[in-house]
Design a protein around this ligand. Sequence first.
Ligand SMILES: NC(=O)c1ccc[n+]([C@@H]2O[C@H](COP(=O)([O-])OP(=O)(O)OC[C@H]3O[C@@H](n4cnc5c(N)ncnc54)[C@H](OP(=O)(O)O)[C@@H]3O)[C@@H](O)[C@H]2O)c1
Length: 332
Amino acid sequence: MRAYVLERSEKRPRLSERPDPAPGPGEVLVRATAVAVHPVDLETAAGGNAMLLPAKRPFVPGVDFVGEVEALGTRVSDLDVGDVVYGYRGIAAQGTFAERLAVPRAELARAPAGHEALELACLPLPGLCALQALDDAGLEGRLRVLVHGGAGGVGLIALQVFARLGHEVLTTASAKDTERLRALGAAQVIDYRSTRFEEVARAIDLVFDTVGSDTLSRSFAVTRAGGAVVSLRAMPSAPALRAAGLKVPAPMAALLPLLSWRVRRRARAAGVRLVPQVTVASGARLDTLSELGAERPFVTVRDTAFPFDRLPAAMDRAASGEARGRVVLTAP
Ligand SMILES: NC(=O)c1ccc[n+]([C@@H]2O[C@H](COP(=O)([O-])OP(=O)(O)OC[C@H]3O[C@@H](n4cnc5c(N)ncnc54)[C@H](OP(=O)(O)O)[C@@H]3O)[C@@H](O)[C@H]2O)c1
């Protein structure tokens, strides 16, 4: 099969021939039909996560996927050949920029009907981020949720997930996106370029932060005591990174708390729980995502779709700053 490989010191993966994987016990062989290019893929290609990754180059990058079941390993009996599935392998496992993948059954789910492969490609990682945030926050009842970056690749899906689960959703975004995000369930859209969200948002139970830095620091002021701020951009702890299968050398483990003490102090002072998220694979959460998508299709925003043999161009587009929505790679 064809797969992309990140060679030593190269910044873009190179197309190469690899042996077809065979599904082991409890695994599913998936023929990929679409794969999203995420910010983390650009970081990995640029060498950003090198110290944390268990695999050393050369390896096949890519974190999530959509595809069709081609074969089942032993102990998998609840899927059929031809089923459309999607999943997230995570940044420790990688390996989805390939024509075929052998994936543990527990890490994928049947995709919701009513979506094209290109739309499905926009769902797994963002949906998992949102559902994991709810689990990690551990808050009960109908929540008042503030999504930072509601028009982004993660924020757009997270906003729909929270709204479909019945939570009240406020979001920060550019003014041009206001009507679109309202139509997707946002009760209030705050134009982050003209308004400081603290002037509008109050008594938030859960902040879901995809932006970080100053936006993260200011979020504790709008969160009620006992509430939670789940951030995709905060410095994670060594245990969270290790739980996601990443390697954390001892000197880095010692450094991480020092790098995050200021933001943790702010959270403590406000009586708010700060959860820096490292997203993990979960077929069970993807099942929930599929149930939510079965009610009516999720709205996704896609930029360009590139054919499988043009991943470097797809990554250049995603890195250009000009892409409006997710860049997706399609396999034949
Ligand atoms: N920790 C993890 O496991 C994990 C998992 C997934 C993603 N992430 C990280 O999460 C981040 C977001 O990912 P993404 O895929 O959603 O990125 P994206 O598609 O590039 O979206 C970023 C969004 O943030 C908006 N934005 C920028 N500055 C803002 C501000 N000050 N206030 C409110 N919104 C603002 C942008 O709005 P405009 O449209 O106005 O430019 C854009 O819509 C990335 O850094 C990614 O690496 C981490």
